[in-house]
Design a protein around this ligand. Structure first.
Ligand SMILES: CC(C)(COP(=O)(O)OP(=O)(O)OC[C@H]1O[C@@H](n2cnc3c(N)ncnc32)[C@H](O)[C@@H]1OP(=O)(O)O)[C@@H](O)C(=O)NCCC(=O)NCCS
Length: 330
């Protein structure tokens, strides 16, 4: 990477990719029933707003989904893979212990030489990655960055735990950030509280040639719910203040897609109309680090998010982590 003058970062393109296989709540309820586990479309829809999720077939890895989303974002931005000088993948379900999923994506895209690394902040991963890429661009250490959120969360779910397995899906979303004269990224703020690691974790690892600990996602749903609403509200107010804007200036809220009741409560606390909240969790479920870029791309492509709009992206999840990125769309 070469050192250049300070500058701003702007969103030049977005893309996303979902595995083909759709599993509805009814499909899932029928599958779980074969193992004596009871759930229903009514319970899942009423408690979460989720109606279906996309699940990757065995053998399809995070880097596969990430690469497809990246290709679409590059095409949208009119950028060639060899123009990239920074690739960041936010994921908690990497293909390997190492190399990073970002390096695998780089190879699949045919880029050589860009810096490439993963960011691990679970469902806050995409806002962590965007904030990192923005800092690289503003510091003059990158000119053209690819930021991806990609997950195959289906691989770390305990499919015998109805309290978690109904909540998640697989997918990927990507953004191309380019150096620009005027800021696209207006402000960003990130936080973590590691003392709350136990409310949402997958506390397993690979060591001595075997899996150690518990490789499945575990969650205290009610604790996560309460924390999520609180921290997202505070973070939304802070990032707007940092940018010298108010919530009234925000055209679209693109929050992490976990539970529609969290989004409704957040909108009420922030006094933001529900019409301004992008919701994709009904179709995608919770895709962790992929949820925000998937929602951003969906709302851009269906024409809701337009050039000049101010978009507030928010992540929250395991760690416990949370954060926001405020952007004006190019
Ligand atoms: C997980 C969540 C949907 C559970 O909803 P809830 O209203 O808190 O429900 P509870 O956990 O109190 O469970 C209520 C009952 O439903 C049952 N239940 C849990 N999952 C169920 C399912 N899939 N189908 C049917 N019943 C279910 C529970 O066993 C419990 O039964 P009981 O009363 O007989 O003990 C909710 O807490 C939530 O969404 N939390 C946030 C999770 C999240 O967003 N995580 C990711 C953040 S990044």
């Amino acid at each position: 990477m070469t050192q250049t003058a300070l500058r701003a970062a702007a969103i030049a393109g977005t893309g996303s990719f979902l595995p083909e296989r759709i599993v509805t709540n009814d499909d899932l309820a029928a599958e779980l029933a074969t193992r004596g586990i009871e759930t229903s479309d009514t319970w899942i829809t009423e408690r979460t707003g989720i109606r279906q999720r996309h699940l990757a077939e065995r053998g399809v890895a995070t880097s596969d989904l990430a690469t497809e989303a990246a290709r679409r974002a590059l095409a949208d931005a009119g950028v060639q893979a060899d123009e990239l000088d920074l690739i960041i993948v936010a994921t908690s379900t990497p293909d390997f212990v190492f190399p990073s999923t970002a390096c695998l994506v780089q190879a699949k895209l045919g880029n050589k030489g860009a810096a490439a690394f993963d960011v691990q902040a679970v469902c806050s991963g995409f806002v962590y990655a965007m904030s990192t890429a923005d800092a690289f661009v503003r510091a003059g250490r990158a000119r053209c960055a690819l930021v991806i959120g990609a997950e195959v969360f289906s691989r770390i779910l305990d499919w015998n735990d109805r309290g978690t397995c109904v909540l998640f899906g697989d997918g990927a979303g990507a953004v191309v950030l380019k150096a620009a004269d005027a800021p696209g990224i207006l402000a960003a703020e990130l936080h973590a509280d590691g003392s709350q690691m136990n409310i949402l974790c997958a506390a397993g690892n690979v060591a001595y040639g075997e899996v150690t600990g518990d490789p499945f996602l575990r969650m205290d749903g009610q604790a996560v719910f309460k924390q999520a609403v609180n921290v997202l509200e505070k973070s939304a107010r802070q990032v707007c203040a940092d940018a010298g804007l108010t919530l009234a200036d925000v055209d679209w809220l693109v929050p992490h897609q976990a539970n529609v009741r969290i989004l409704n409560m957040l909108a009420r606390k922030l006094d933001v109309s529900l019409d301004k909240v992008v919701v994709t969790l009904d179709r995608h479920a919770n895709t962790s680090a992929a949820s925000v870029p998937l929602a951003l791309d969906a709302a851009r492509r269906d024409g809701r998010i337009k050039s000049g709009h101010v978009v507030l992206m928010q992540g929250v999840g395991g760690g416990f982590t949370w954060g926001s990125v405020l952007a004006r769309m190019s």
